[in-house]
Write a protein that binds this ligand. Structure first.
Ligand code: HEM
Length: 209
């Protein structure tokens, strides 16, 4: 079967979801680790951001992220449409099969997408940030998390990301035939949530200033 033929199958679309999801997860892990440099002071996190620009990593990463997000979304949409069509003949089953996980993933994905738009306007462009000077990463982050409602918005998004990753990792490793265990997905999700949440809470409690 050629590549297009494989993509037309349910398994092919699931493989696309797994591979693009893995790419997005890699970005999220690297970003979370980069954020932890905030605990080493302003020079560390500002220097890290400056270094990423200097080595020319920013635009290739943005293009790769956009490609992964697009493919991930299109494959998810087509899988949902395919499942709906297949169920059409058995209307009464609609609410039973996999509907909880599917709904959680769909709404989780929407929350994460809306968050990324807000997050870019906040910490990349600076328009929605109380300090808002591109490059002044430490000052922008500290200015943000003085406010409980900003901490809350980030916490909701990070938790939505955690649930999405927990189910996504489980689903992907099943598709790729590695294992059916749920422990890996849970462990990865908890580690990522803890890493991301540590920053807003450290600023809000005055540990980082
Ligand atoms: C507490 C959590 C987070 C903090 C403190 C944080 C911090 C930041 C900062 C400071 C920047 C700008 C970096 C720079 O100017 O060089 C940034 C950019 C970005 N963040 Fe986050 N982030 C968090 C969570 C997330 C999450 C959960 C995601 C993804 C779902 C994410 C995705 C991005 C993206 C896509 C960019 C744009 C990178 C670019 O300019 O190309 N962030 N983040």
């Amino acid at each position: 079967m050629d590549t297009i033929g494989l993509y037309r199958t349910t398994v092919g679309k699931k493989v696309v979801m797994a591979v693009t999801g893995a790419g997005l997860l890699l970005y999220v892990v690297v970003h979370m680790l980069g954020n932890l440099t905030v605990f080493s002071g302003p020079d560390a996190i500002n220097g890290y951001g400056h270094w990423l620009r200097e080595i020319g990593a920013v635009w290739p990463t943005r293009v790769a992220l956009l490609a992964c997000v697009t493919l991930h979304f299109v494959a998810a949409y087509q899988l949902t449409a395919k499942a709906r069509k297949a169920r059409g003949r058995y209307e009464h089953r609609r609410r039973v099969q996999g509907s909880y996980a599917a709904r959680t993933m769909r709404w989780g994905g929407v929350i994460i997408a809306l968050f990324v738009v807000y997050h870019l306007l906040d910490l990349t462009v600076g328009w929605l940030n109380p300090n808002g000077i591109p490059g002044e990463i430490h000052a922008n982050v500290v200015a943000d998390f003085q406010h409980w409602y900003v901490v809350l918005a980030y916490a909701i998004a990070v938790l939505a990301l955690g649930f999405h990753i927990r189910h996504g990792v489980w689903s992907a490793i099943q598709t790729l035939g590695v294992t059916t265990s749920r422990v890996i997905g849970l462990g990865v999700a908890v580690a990522i949530c803890a890493g991301f949440l540590s920053v807003p809470f450290a600023v809000f409690t005055g540990l980082v200033s």
